[in-house]
Design a protein around this ligand. Sequence first.
Ligand code: Z5A
Length: 220
Amino acid sequence: EPKQPIVRGAFIVMEGLDRAGKTTQVEKLANALYESGRNVETMRFPDRTSPIGMMISNYLQSKSEMDDHVVHLLFSANRWEKVKHINDTLAKGCTIICDRYYYSGMVYSAAKRNPNLSIDWARAPEVGLPRPDMVVFLNLSTEEAAKRGGFGDEKYETSEMQKNVRENFVALKDIPADEGQDLQVIDAGGSVEEVGKAIWSQVVPRVEEVEQGDFSESST
Ligand code: Z5A
């Protein structure tokens, strides 16, 4: 039987807390989708390769200082500069698995608890970005995260910041906009294989739906 043509690729985002295994699972999922005969591309934010991404990377490595709003807007601009590429890739039937997106953008900037940088303020520059077809949120307890080694050296890798980030991700559920509802929570505390299986069983049905045209063309 001839395969139906693919309407478009699916846009799947992986979000999660520090050391939850996003990068590990993005690769694993992309490989498995590729093995199943699909075109797949991985992306990550921040994309440190563009001029804007390099400014973000220097900031995260404490090589430069920036006002909280400025770096927030750079993280957002770093997504906007990829919008055409995202839309073109999906349109040609290629599925995108993306490591972090604007959910991280909102939650990390607001975790600084700067009184002039609320989650609503943080959301504004993200409005209009392509909306993912599914967001997998890898949830890891503080205890499990600690077992996976200490903090790295980058700016946000402190226990205070990570505690606020966790609270903000939980609070996303209460935001009237649809951000919270987008998140499919998966327990990231199991082995790489176990977590991979849980992700696969959630993602594949969604990818199939999108490929067959069952999606709404929406933006944030
Ligand atoms: N940020 C922001 O502020 N605003 C934005 O708009 C965006 C991001 C997009 C850099 O991001 C920082 O930018 C980040 C958020 C902020 N700050 N922090 N923290 P990044 O994506 O470049 O860096 P990252 O997310 O911190 O790092 P990462 O390396 O991508 O982490 P990960 O993907 O969660 O984990 P991993 O590398 O896959 O695994 C971590 C370790 O655990 C590794 O040793 C693995 O072998 C191990 N691992 C993985 N899975 C398992 C399981 N299942 N069991 C045991 N061990 C495991």
